[in-house]
Design a binder for this molecule. Sequence first.
Ligand code: ADP
Ligand code: MG
Length: 384
Amino acid sequence: MTEGFRAVYGAAPEGVWAAPGRVNLIGEHTDYNDGLVMPLALPHTCRVEAARREDGVLRLHSADASGGVTELRADALAPPGAAGDRGGWAAYPAGVVWALRDAGHQVGGADLHFESSVPTGAGLSSSAALEVATAVALDGLYGLGLPPQRLAELCRRAENDFVGVPCGVMDQMAAACCTAGHALYLDTRDLARRQVPFDLAARGLRLLVVDTRVKHALGDGAYAERRAGCEAAAAALGVAALREIDTAGLPSALERLGDAELRPLLRHVVTENERVERILRLLDAGQVHAIGPVLTEGHASLRDDFRVSCAELDLAVEASTAAGALGARMTGGGFGGSAIVLVRADAADSVAKAVTESFASAGHREPRIFEAVPGPGARRVTAA
Ligand code: ADP
Ligand code: MG
């Protein structure tokens, strides 16, 4: 798999690194509210072949993007202003170099070639896979020895401040810190976390991903709007983040919140954090099948209270549960992208077929359906 790098740069790379995409089992739109999340890594990864350069030049190439090689100087990277040109896809890896350097780490030039099997814009976090692959490669090339959590924090800074996407930290933490066979229970307030065994096959279950292959244009603006709404609600309630409100405090907080538009946002965040805790308890108790209804409840909250679903995602959930799935929900930011569906193993094919047929009847594009088996987080692929 060093063909791509050699064809682009005419030499062999020093090493190959990879970082995965993810699905989020539960805990949606909570990570920018200091809340709880539970992602798992997909077997799909962004792989990067990489070599150091001594002249401070950063060259970036992706097999999945047009436009050839982007060439920059590592010591001249600066985040564009609000109206600046963000440089297309190359802003993600360039932003990681900027964030590492800005934090004082000795990172210079490099040649990087990316090839990803994570579908882009499908709610499976191809962007964090790209960032974290860049970060582990540079960490390896320059011998930084930074822990995965630190790399994730710097990748999030790259996406927030260099690319200009106001995301939370879940995606980067998932790509950096997930382990095979586990979901990652993560408290985004302090990044405390626990690897939760998630072996569905042993329970006769499977987790399907339904990639609707649509991404509605209103998604980006709506994300920023929801985020601003959550911040306004926290300010009105006098808390640092909505995470500080728990289910016991929810009724009075709803009453105190004057703005009727903000109440459903508050309700989603508080109940969603509670759903993460509930699913954690069920998984710890070995009652894996029982998480199904909690997933579906989470979808209803995202659809009705947080209002980030869309017709295709709602249909994926309705058609799969009507066909016997134990539970289903949209995953990721919403307005398109993917849904996850928990099924008994022997029902997986018939549920997938029912979803595909429902999409055809509704005149939607055919969805892409695959199984999610929790894979490892970011790593070096070739021996050092
Ligand atoms: P998601 O992270 O859910 O896939 P985003 O909109 O956050 O969706 O990120 C998708 C963007 O990330 C793409 O438009 C592209 O700019 C960039 N990207 C992701 N993977 C690659 C890749 N392998 N090569 C080039 N760009 C990529
Ligand atoms: Mg993303």
